[in-house]
Ligand binder design. Structure first.
Ligand code: XMP
Ligand code: MG
Length: 187
């Protein structure tokens, strides 16, 4: 499946168009895997996918890495009502030792960048030597905050639309779509 292909009938009511097809995604993920493998040879990095959105991306990226690496998962939750402070609570790393490790945080999508910024800060505070970021999608948006560091590895840039599939959800739906599509309004 490729970008612009017809949306499969079962999702036609909900998804407006195919933005990234499964073949485009897997080719790019393989390429990113080679790039990260070249950069991290001998370092045994810890991949740290942020649940749930990055579960499919992380599984494919991990299998495309040609170097030894470990994988741990975290969950990030924004504190409701304090969005301006951007405080994010992280769970899932209890008992995980990241001291002296090279860490790659794996996100599904970076929009304003606030979530990723908070995660990176917290991971650095856990004693990792080096913390870099990788995202499946980066939204081209003017909402990006100026205090957010650039993402180190970006699979795709996407337009400022709500996208679903390949791990990304709308109210927990659509994560299992094998492609990334633009959601119809109020699907
Ligand atoms: P920030 O603004 O902190 O937001 O970079 C990142 C989080 O917002 C969610 N998000 C989306 N989720 N389709 C989704 O399924 C989208 O188009 C989208 N845009 C933002 C997502 O949870 C991400 O971690
Ligand atoms: Mg979500």
């Amino acid at each position: 499946m490729e970008a612009g292909d017809e949306v499969p009938a079962i999702w036609k009511d909900d998804v407006r168009e195919v933005l990234l097809g499964s073949a485009d995604i897997s080719a790019r993920v393989r390429q990113l895997g080679k790039e990260i493998s070249a950069a991290y040879g001998g370092l045994n990095p810890v991949m740290l996918p942020v649940l749930k959105g990055s579960y499919i991306f992380a599984a494919d990226l991990s299998r495309s890495l040609e170097i030894p690496h470990e994988i741990q998962f975290l969950r990030a939750r924004s504190y409701v009502g304090t969005e301006s402070s951007g405080d994010v609570s992280i769970s899932g790393l209890e008992g995980v030792d990241l001291r002296e490790r090279h860490v790659i945080v794996v996100e599904d999508i970076v929009d304003t960048g606030l979530t990723l910024k908070c995660i990176l800060k917290k991971i650095r505070a856990l004693g990792a030597i080096d913390v870099r970021s990788c995202t499946l999608l980066q939204k081209d948006t003017n909402r990006r905050r100026s205090d957010v560091p650039p993402v180190d590895y970006i699979a795709f840039h996407v337009q400022d639309e709500f996208v679903v599939g390949y791990g990304l959800d709308y109210n927990q739906r659509f994560r299992h779509l094998p492609f990334i599509g633009i959601l119809k309004p109020h699907a």
